[in-house]
Design a protein around this ligand. Sequence first.
Ligand SMILES: [Mg+2]
Length: 259
Amino acid sequence: MKDESLWIQDFRHDPRRSGIFLDFDGTISAITPTPGGAVLHPRAAEILPDLARFYPLCVLSGRRVTDVASLVGLAHVHYVGVHGMEWLEGDEPKMDPEVLPHLPSLDRARSELLESLADLPGLVLEDKMLTLTLHFREAPHLEEEAVRLAENLALRLGLRTKRGRMAVELRPPVEIDKGTVIIRLARGWGLRRGLYAGDDLTDVDAFRGLRYLMREGGFEGVAVAVLSPEVPVELEAVADLTVQGPEGLLDLLERLRTE
Ligand SMILES: [Mg+2]
């Protein structure tokens, strides 16, 4: 990858064709013990509106799109939720049509999970309608139990599982992830370069999306791992650069301001 000051120059000289893609939790927020507790970092609230005036800016989260949009609360940002399965068009949440046929299986999984959870205190179900995430952050001893539960349901109902940080997710068997979203948006927006910053396993997919575009040619990708004590080694290993927490990322984003 190019020297840091060089790619920053490229972004600043050609912002319209330079996309900025950001995860939310642990990236432009602070991680909290419960999924409900995160807030936008105050410095992000100050820097992002400036960036959004010049760069295509996308916040791409595992949360519901309406949830992440209201947490960030900024205009001129493209919001994508549930790892790419839904997005906002104006104020309207839109679901990827590939997901629709799997909604009945997800409903079934939801009711079975709720029944099982009655006997497993400490496991928390995060229901995003399109995915169901079992969090064992507050009951780490139940990790195996949670994973087995999710895998059995996935097998029986034709769903898939995916590991996250202190969590396991049930999801429809569709090839949609943060990487496919970046590829679609970069093509749609005619981008020549893009930066993605994230802190978790699902962000490895986004890095892979950048690599894919680079292999196609005419595209420069910058994969940024936002470090914390919990950051998975898989993410750090494939990043172009690392920053120390949201503060470090905001220092970097600050340098992309064009004036
Ligand atoms: Mg995150």
